[in-house]
Design a protein around this ligand. Structure first.
Ligand SMILES: [Zn+2]
Ligand SMILES: [Zn+2]
Length: 280
C-alpha cells in the first residue's frame, strides 16, 4: 500500500477546498469549469491542470459540429482559454470535453472525423505551449427521464456527446494519434453510462474504461452509485461513499496519471477519503 502523499504525482482536490486545506494536506488543484481562470493567483504554486469550458452560457460548444462556423467558434473559445491557462507556470494539462453527436441546439449535429480534426487542432495549440491535452469520457444524459429503467429508454433520439462508451473514448484517442494527447477518466461519468445496461453488466462496463491504462494521463476521481437511480446523475460522490467497485479505485490509484478528487464535501469527508486511498 502506498500513502496518498507518496503517489507518482501529488494528488489533487478542488479549488473550493481552499488554499490552506490544500497546502496543509499537500494537495494540488485544477481550475474547474466553475472557477474563473483569471482569479486563481493564490493557487498558482499548486495549479497543475485547467478544465477548458464546455459551454458558453446555455450553449454547448461543439468542436465536432457539421456547422463550420459553430465549430470554428467552439475551437476558438477553447484556444482563448488556453491562452489564459498558460499564464500559470505549473499548469501542464488541459482537460477537454468532447463535442456533441446530436443535441437539440444550434451546431448540435456532429461528425466523428470532424471531432478528430477539431481535437488535433486544439492539441497543436497546446503543443506550442508544451501542454498536454486530456480527453474526458462523457455522461449518458438521463435528464427528463430520471428513474427510467435501463431497458426502457430509446437512446437513438436523445442528446448524446462523443466519447461516452469506453470503446469510443479509447478509439478517439488512438485516431487523434498525437503524442501530447491522452485520456482523462471521469469515474462518475462512467457510472451514468453503465446505467444503460443491466445491473449484472455494470461492473464490467465501468472496468472497461481501464482496459488501456497507458492512455490515461489524468483522472477525475469520483464515486457514484452503480446500482440505484442516483447513479444516473453525475453524482461526483466522495470516494468510498458510492458503489463503484473497490477494484476500480485501486486501479485508478496506481495509474501513471495525475489524480484529482473532483468534488469537495468538506474537510472531514476529505480526510476520510485520504485515509481510504491509503488503504488501497
Ligand atoms: Zn469535465
Ligand atoms: Zn470530470
Amino acid at each position: 500500500m502506498t500513502k496518498y502523499t507518496e503517489l507518482r504525482y501529488p494528488l489533487g482536490s478542488q479549488v473550493k477546498a481552499g488554499i490552506d486545506t490544500l497546502n496543509n494536506l499537500h494537495l494540488n488543484t485544477e481550475c474547474s469549469m466553475a472557477d474563473d481562470i483569471e482569479d486563481l493567483a493564490d493557487f498558482a504554486d499548486i495549479l497543475v491542470s485547467a478544465h477548458a469550458p464546455a459551454s458558453v452560457g446555455d450553449i454547448r460548444l461543439n468542436a465536432a459540429a457539421k456547422d463550420a462556423e459553430f465549430r470554428t467558434y467552439s475551437i476558438g473559445v477553447v484556444t482563448d482559454y488556453i491562452d489564459k491557462a498558460r499564464e500559470y507556470p505549473k499548469v501542464k494539462q488541459i482537460n477537454l470535453h468532447f463535442g456533441m453527436k446530436r443535441w437539440t441546439q444550434r451546431g448540435g449535429e456532429g461528425d466523428y472525423q470532424l471531432q478528430i480534426e477539431g481535437i488535433r487542432e486544439i492539441a497543436e495549440y497546446c503543443d506550442s505551449y508544451d501542454l498536454e491535452l486530456v480527453l474526458e469520457n462523457l455522461n449518458a444524459y438521463w435528464s427528463g427521464i430520471e428513474g427510467a429503467s435501463w431497458d426502457e429508454v430509446d437512446w437513438t433520439e436523445r442528446n448524446e456527446a462523443f466519447g461516452m462508451s469506453p470503446e469510443e473514448w479509447i478509439a478517439i484517442c488512438e485516431d487523434v494519434d498525437r503524442a501530447n494527447v491522452g485520456l482523462c477518466l471521469d469515474s462518475s461519468h462512467t457510472c451514468t453510462y453503465a446505467h444503460k445496461f443491466a445491473p449484472e453488466q455494470r461492473e464490467e462496463r465501468v472496468l472497461a474504461f481501464l482496459n488501456r491504462p497507458e492512455l490515461i494521463r489524468h483522472v477525475h476521481w469520483n464515486d457514484n452509485y452503480l446500482y440505484d437511480d442516483r447513479g444516473q446523475n453525475d453524482s461526483h460522490a466522495a470516494l468510498n461513499r458510492g458503489t463503484l467497485p473497490t477494484e476500480m479505485h485501486r486501479k485508478i490509484k496506481y495509474l501513471d496519471a495525475t489524480l484529482l478528487m473532483e468534488h469537495f464535501h468538506g474537510i472531514d469527508v476529505l480526510r476520510e477519503e485520504l485515509a481510504f486511498i491509503d488503504t488501497l
